[in-house]
Design a protein around this ligand. Structure first.
Ligand SMILES: Nc1ncnc2c1ncn2[C@@H]1O[C@H](COP(=O)(O)OP(=O)(O)OP(=O)(O)O)[C@@H](O)[C@H]1O
Ligand SMILES: [Mg+2]
Length: 260
């Protein structure tokens, strides 16, 4: 069976390598099945964001191909949504929470403004923000803003959700709460998910499979199926022997590759 999202032999250099340019990715192969949750971990600066942007059709690779459903990705596909790290930059400050989320579907020809707002309300309910629907992003906390960004991403009903360190700017408890929320919504909708993170615990906790990248110029060192039961739970899953074993193995691999 062909993967839903397939990256084959992806290389990316910025500028001319001979003239001090940067080779970020040197031959990445990655296959993500339909409805699978895959995480990509790697040391800082190894090219994780670059890889995700290539998968999204935001930038072109220097060599290799990205395909989605067998079709080459040359521009951002309509069925794909990209969740950025900095929610404060991705929400519109002049729109209320509700209008930020409704934005995801406003352009649909089958939806008028009232239907788009109704749809938005449903997703705001799912992330537990109904009573904040009429507030502006700057009137709610950082964790709530990220919940709005998640609601907007999922309101678009994507078949593929790409996430670049989506929880890195919130505190540890909010982060765990958002991870559970994301899993809950993913269990319901079963979109194909790719999460880029530098956090091994987060990768193992959320994903079906974790790909480990080397330092730059990066390649895939190894890809691990997590094999942990679902639904996952912060207390039970994180104490599971298999979770601890994988965490150990991945961390050892990353520390060795990063520090020689
Ligand atoms: N537009 C660009 N122009 C030049 N170099 C770039 C550009 N984008 C990324 N790079 C370089 O490519 C390498 C990989 O960057 P990238 O942001 O993909 O890494 P990352 O793994 O996401 O890092 P982090 O963990 O810090 O988020 C870095 O050396 C970076 O400086
Ligand atoms: Mg990055």
């Amino acid at each position: 069976m062909r993967a839903h999202l397939q990256l084959t032999g992806i290389r990316k250099s910025f500028g001319d390598a001979a003239a001090g340019g940067t080779l970020a990715l040197s031959g990445i192969d990655l296959a993500v099945d339909e409805g699978e949750f895959q995480a990509v971990v790697g040391p800082s600066g190894c090219g994780k964001s670059t890889l995700l942007q290539i998968a999204a059709g935001l930038i072109a690779p220097s060599a290799g191909t990205a395909t989605l459903g067998g079709i080459p990705v040359t521009a951002p596909p309509a069925e794909l949504v990209y969740l950025f790290q900095q929610y404060s930059k991705s929400l519109f400050p002049w729109r209320t929470v509700l209008d930020n989320v409704a934005f995801a579907v406003e352009h649909r020809p089958d939806m008028g403004r009232a239907a788009a707002r109704e749809h938005g309300r449903r997703f705001i309910g799912m992330v537990g923000l109904t009573e904040f629907a009429e507030r502006y992003p700057w009137q709610i906390s950082g964790g709530m803003q990220q919940r709005v960004a998640i609601a907007r991403a999922l309101a678009a009903e994507p078949r593929v959700l790409l996430m670049d360190e989506p929880f890195s700017s919130v505190d540890a408890l909010t982060r765990m709460e958002l991870q559970s929320l994301l899993l809950e919504l993913w269990e319901k909708q079963r979109f194909t998910a790719v999460l880029v993170t530098h956090d091994v615990d987060e990768a193992v906790f959320l994903a079906d499979r974790v790909a480990v990248l080397s330092a730059r110029p990066s390649t895939v060192l190894r890809s691990f199926p997590t094999g942990l039961a679902r639904p996952r739970d912060h207390l039970a899953t994180r104490e599971d022997k298999r979770f601890l074993g994988l965490r150990h193995e991945l961390l050892a691999m990353l520390l060795k590759k990063t520090h020689g």
